[in-house]
Design a protein. Sequence first.
Length: 932
Amino acid sequence: MSYTTGLAWVPHSFPQTRSEAELAINIRKATNTDETAPKRKHVRACIVYTWDHKSSQSFWAGMKVQPIMADEVQTFKALITVHRVLQEGHPQVLREALANRGWIDGLYRGMAGEGVRGYGPLIREYVYFLLAKLSFHQQHPEFNGTFEYEEYISLKAINDPNEGYETITDLMALQDKIEQFQKLIFSHFRNVGNNECRISAIVPLVQESYGIYKFITSMLRAMHSTTGDNDALEPLRERYNAQHYRLVKFYYECSNLRYLTGLITIPKLPQDPPNLLAEDDDAPALPARPKQEIERAPTPVKEPKSEEPDQIAEFWQSELDRQNREYEEQQRILQQRQQQALQAQQEAQLQAQRDFEEQQRRLAEQQQREQQALMNQQFQMQTQGRLAELEQENLNARAQYERDQLMLQQYDQRVKALEGELAQIQNNYGQQLNSRDDQIRSLQEQVNTWRTKYEALAKLYSQLRHEHLDLLQKFKSVQLKAASAQEAIEKREKLEREIKTKNLELADMIRERDRALHDRDRLTGSNKDELEKLKRELRMANDRADNLERGKGNELSTMLAKYNREMADLEEALRTKSRALEDAQAKLRDGSSDLEQLLRDKEEELEVYKAGMDQTLIELNELKLNQGDTDVAIDGQLDAIIMANLDKINDIIDSVLQAGVARVDDALYELDSTMQAGNQNASPQYVLSQIEKASASAMEFATAFNNFIADGPNATHAELIKAINVFSGSAADVCSNTKGLTRLATDEKKGDQLMNGARVAAQSAVKFFRGLLSFRLEGMDPIQKTDVVINSNNDVQMNLQKLNKLVETFAPNFGRLTNNKGDLGEIVDNELSKAADAIAAAAARLAKLKNKPRDGYSTYELKVNDTILDAAMAITNAITQLIKAATATQQEIVQAGKGSSSRTAFYKKNNRWTEGLISAAKASGAADCRLE
């Protein structure tokens, strides 16, 4: 069947001006600037126009006059419209589109970057796909726009498997381009806004990909059934299967787009590709040759010479020549008809082209006249100033447009980078969760094992403890009976020693009284006032001495009476115990007491124990004699058990270290995450305390690990695990609180410095943990392991000190100490000395006031003044003693807390306490001055 008979057409006799105007309106509406899908009725009108006129020249001309290059949305919608017309339009559209490939290629050359709305990459890929589609149709003109297999069979007049193989390869290449383009469209969907325009481009891709898929399926089945060479078709089958799985995924993603499912029906493919090798009666055959063609018979096999007459051979030869001549005549007539149809078609095309050019010329002249009139009217109505203003506004708008476009490009790049980072972080986080779950399961199994061992040991220990307590109780009951008399003797000796002590105290009091009498005699020669005063003091001292002597005498008498009573009671108790002991001895001699029976029972038990012990010793000696050959094996087993336990302990420590690393890594992720704001209630003082806690926990962790290394097989890991948990928690708290402190930063640079300081400190903690894993310390001696711990701890301490200095800049009023020149310890000592000097000066002034002349004052006034001055001096003396005690206490605290650091470093580390101390010293001095 020939397809050229339908190509010769004559233009309609009715005028086409109205239909072309409607076509231009439909093209303009289909390619407007609204970011929506081209309406179906407008695209359908363009398709119907090509079928009515059997040409697409007016369609291409209408496309070219539209300002589709002015906006990227218009360009994209124009490409969608062209694609739909190529698919469903008249077959002449595909042939005429080859002449417009240059115009299609130029649609993306005016795009810069991704465009304002992100259509730049889509337009470039769409143009690339349409050009590839047109190239395919140029090489295979027998295909229509939707790749229908039946249409191909009706047009293609060959049954060559080689050409079929090449056709399938080209179709698969075009299918790959469709796959590439649809992935790009899905990747450019926006999370917010309308994606209707982008989704509408998928509609022709779905239809076209399904048409190609059905064609390839039918063609491959036909080739398998015809050729029977499965090995030669293996590459095509593998590529077909891969494309099948990609199409299943593509159609699944399309079925999730509600807008797309409302436009078309999404094809449903089986999950697995169909079997192309199976026998299928419905499988289509390869396109057959025309019916006029006589199939050639296969080359006959040489047979033995026949004895038939030569006339039969000549008859068949003449018949074959006649049929060949008839076939050649039919081919000549068919070729003439094709040439005539082609000539008529070319003439019709030339006539249509001339008519269209004439119409375009008239339309252009009319538009030029209207434009000239409009320009004249505008020149008359507008002024030169307004024109300049509009030009300036245009320039400003263009500059703003370029800036906005640049900003949008940067934003899109940033969003893509963040999406990549987010995907990577989610992947890493999933891996960390899996590894953490495995670690938790292994730790749980080890904990269960150790719990079982502990319960067994606990039961054994409980049994041994009960037996031990029973033996102790029996031993104590016997020992108490023997020691009762000795206790009474010891109490008596203790009372005698106490009496001697009281006598010595009484002698000391008598010496104090004699010393007071001597002082009285020495001060007798003073003046009269002094004498009276001393007499009063002497009388008071005598009274106090008499009272003290009487009190001491009464106390001594009371104590002597008490001790005498206690001695009498003890003697009575001793006599009672003696009588009880004599009675017990009597009962023991008689053999009738329970004690004797109990003692005999105990002796029997003791004999049994001795016999068992002797038997055990004998067996032990025999075992030692026979054990010489097995000692080495037992020692090896013990060493293996010890090493296995050490390996288990090392595994536990490694798991805990990995848990610490994971915890600090989580804190680092939250530190860098924009979704976490940290502790917004954190103050600089609180962060400083957290840093100090982290530093102390790092030291404790280093000390515990060094002890663990030094103890070797006898090491305990409980304290080490606790230290690891405390240190990792402290490091995580430092990160969270430091990030919350960035809200107080005055500029971004300070905040970045603070974040970097916290990050470096946390990373050094992670490095500390990872450096102590068992496989890293394997092969080192204990000294080298200790050096690793010390060096890592030193790095952590240095980074924490750097972070501490950064946080100190955020602490209010901290500069009063750090900005002072000189040694901070000397400043504290000077403030305390100044306070002591101020108090001493106040005391001197009070003494001077007391020694002033008292003439002119009454006795009552003098008494009141003396009372006030005495109270003030007492308060001053108390403050003086308080300052001295505070100074001594301060020195003890600094000496105990500074360790190997200096006094200045200790004061700076405890800056809030130092400030309070200085403020208290100043306040004490000022208050004492006001008291004066």
